[in-house]
Every structure is written in C-alpha cells, then in structure tokens.
Write a protein that binds this ligand. Sequence first.
Ligand SMILES: *Cc1c(COP(=O)(O)O)cnc(C)c1O
Length: 483
Amino acid sequence: MAKTIFEKHSQGRKGFTLPKNDVEVSLGECIPEKFHREEDIKFPEVSELDVMRHFLELSHMNHCIEKGFYPLGSCTMKYNPKINETLVRNDGFMNLHPFQDEDTVQGALDILYELQNDLAEISGFANVTLQPVAGAHGEFTGLKIIRAYHKLKGNTHKKKIIFPDSAHGTNPATVILTGYEVVEIKSNDKGMVDIDDLKAHVDDETAGFMLTNPNTLGLFESQIEEIAEIIHGVDGLMYMDGANFNAIMGIVKPGEIGFDIMHFNLHKTFATPHGGGGPGSGPIGVRDDLVKFLPVPMITKKDDKFFLDHSFKETSIGKVQSFFGNFAVNVRAFIYLKMLGAKGLKRVAENAVINANYIMKKLEDYYYIPHKDTYCMHEFIASGKWQKEKYGIKTLDIAKRILDKGFHAPTIYFPLIVPEAMMIEPTETESKETLDEFITAMIEIAKESEKNPDVLKNAPINTPVKRVDDTLAVRQLNVKFEW
Ligand SMILES: *Cc1c(COP(=O)(O)O)cnc(C)c1O
C-alpha cells in the first residue's frame, strides 16, 4: 500500500511560495474565541514533486474507463470522447453566468434549444425539458407531470403506480417521493412483464406504469402496445425509464410505441464522465398534451431569438432545478449527438447490442445465463449460480477476482429477480480484442472456482485495496487519517 501524503511529510519542506501577508488579521472579530485553534494545523509539508507523484499514484489506484474495461451493467460506462471535454471548456461556455441577460447568451440558448429538439426527435416526443440533473430526477419530474395530468382532469381517485419486479431501485423511490403507492408486478419466465399479473393489478386507481426498455435483464419488452392499451384503458400514463436507451436509439422511438413520458440519462447514453453520484443530466420528453405541464421555463425561439418561456406557468409543475440544469453535461451531449448524427447513433446502438451478444454467447457454457435463448440487447445477465451450488463460490468472489484481472466488475446482485446476478454491459466503444480478453478472464475464473476456489475467496490480491468489509465501513465510517 502506498504511503499517504501525511507519511511523506518532512518538517520544513514545501512546494509553494506565497507573498508576504501585509493585511492585519484579527480573528477574534469574526470568529468567537472558543473556536480558535490552540495549535497550528498539521498540514503535511511536502515538495511540489511529492505532491505530483502522490496524486498521480492515487489516480492510478482508481479504476476508470481510460484504464480498463468497465462493463458495469445498467450504468453504460462507455468511453467519453475527449473532444467533448475540450469544447465544453471553451471560454464562451465556462465564463457564462446564469444570471446573464438572455440577449447575451443567445449562443448557449441556441445549443440548449437544439438539444431539446434533437432529443424530442430521436425519442418521438413533442418536447423535452433539460432541467432534471439525473435519471432519478427525471423520474421525479415525470411522475409530477403524471400527478398534474390527473389533477387537471379531476382524477382524484388515482393513487397507484405500477412497475415490474425487474425495476431499478430509483423507480419505487420516485413513486414514494411523489406521493403515490407502489404496486410491483411479476416478470414472466421470459423475463418480461407478466401481462396476466399486470391485468390483475390494474384498476381505476392506477395513475401510471413505469417500465425500463430494454429492461434490466437486457431484454426488449415486446408487449408494449398491449401494455399501453391496458394502462391507457384506465386513463393511466406510460412512463419509460430511458436509462437503457443506448440499445435502441436511432432504431426505436419510445414516443411512437405507446409511452407518454420518458427520461434520458445523458451522462450514460450521451457520454459524460460519471460515477460517484454525478454530474448528470436526466431530461424528460413528453407527448403533446403534456407539454403544458413541463417545468418552467422552457427554452423557446421566436423571430430568430431564443428566450426563456414562462408563459405556461399556470399549468407547469414549476421549476425542478435552478437555471438551465447541468449546462456542461448538456453541452457534452449536444456535441456527441452532432458528431454522430442520426446514422452514427444507430450504429452505436447496433454495436452495443452486438458486443453484448458476443460475450453472452462465449460465456454460456461457463456461467448460468437465464435468458440465453433470446438475443439480448446492450447488456445481459449471467449468474454465479452454478459456481455457488457446486463449489460454494459467491458472485461477490467472482466479482472480486475480476478486479485482479484488471477489469471493473459488472453490476452484481441486480436485478433482484435473478439469484447471483452479474449484469454485463460492454458498450459499443470496446474493441473485439478487449471483449476477448474479458471473456478469457471470465472463463479462467470459472475454471478457478473448480480447481482453486481459495484464490477466489481471497480475491482481490493484485489491487491496492484488498477485500474490504463493506458492512463495517458503512456502520463505522471513519475517513480521518490519524498521524
Ligand atoms: C441509472 C439508472 C437509473 C437512475 O439514473 P441516475 O442518473 O443514476 O439517477 C434509473 N433506472 C435505471 C434502469 C438505471 O440504470
């Protein structure tokens, strides 16, 4: 384990020069005496080179997409083109102030306006708001709109939102946050919505239905038209969780197959470096008659001028985010869209799907794959079930061993309906060579679980941090370094 910066401390060594302080400071005037330090703070004293080496070393300890394959299912950890980063750091973007007058930010509004339109076009919706700053935030905005829709119609009896048991955890959380009741229905043995169970749960109190498509098993929900008919039949609305849009963009327009509202995860599908909680952007698109409920303001164009439109504030659900949402993430998505164009987006989806099917096929003799008889979309579920039953190896052990081979582990134990699940999403940005290396590693691990199970139980052995006690870390969090 590398030394911490504190352990590199050497009295009197320093890496900075500051001008002499010529201002008289009297701490007592602004901070009460009792809060004053009694002794100097112990900052590590190190040279500039020490600092450079320290941070470079730390950066190498972390896994990132630039360092290696990152097949984290559901999260779409694709490569984020560096040109996005260069362009978004342009002075014209970076030095804007959100309080600037509309006249002085016409270029920025133009970009946002065009992004709204492009997203509406590829999703088949009437309009799109860019305010929500995460997928979960988009869900919240979407369900607020469902509420506003029912309120305006006097549908006071609407209480419930239905979703299948394969749903991402943010779906039920959003349902609760927006004041609805959660109704979870079963998936059938093909991994899709069980229509009979849906029918058994739909009634007059159904406000809407949330569905991820392709779903979290990596399967395209092919019964959407039937589901939409059932939900619309009781005046419910169809919400699509668009986190998996990477698999279908340029091919399917959700707004044309029965969905009324959908969110995008721009940070996943449209290439913004993300993880650890941000930054994100979760715009939502809505059908024609729901546009009036979108958050104010919308970015609109009139006589060649862009402006913030508050005119529908009587019907709008209000603002869900300050200013323009996560502007820089939106600009990155805009650049990404423009660089790829319509054909490019379609190729992204096709290659994402081909890559996932390639790995699935190659691993089917080594891992239990619950839905191997159908093609998967951009991701698939493998399971450590055989390894557990035969050799007592947990999926967690497999995931830890994957780290030793230089890859990030897939998402594990999700979706909840597949025991020992491993959710593998390679994305379109990986070469066949990388996919093959990963396949080889997964096959090696399957063999190790039979021949050398201890190596799995003790994994990882090659990483800077070995196996940690996650539960203890959460219960007794201590991030302070004592020296
Ligand atoms: C990532 C994800 C979400 C939530 O999106 P965030 O941007 O992380 O809030 C919702 N549903 C699914 C299926 C996801 O993969």
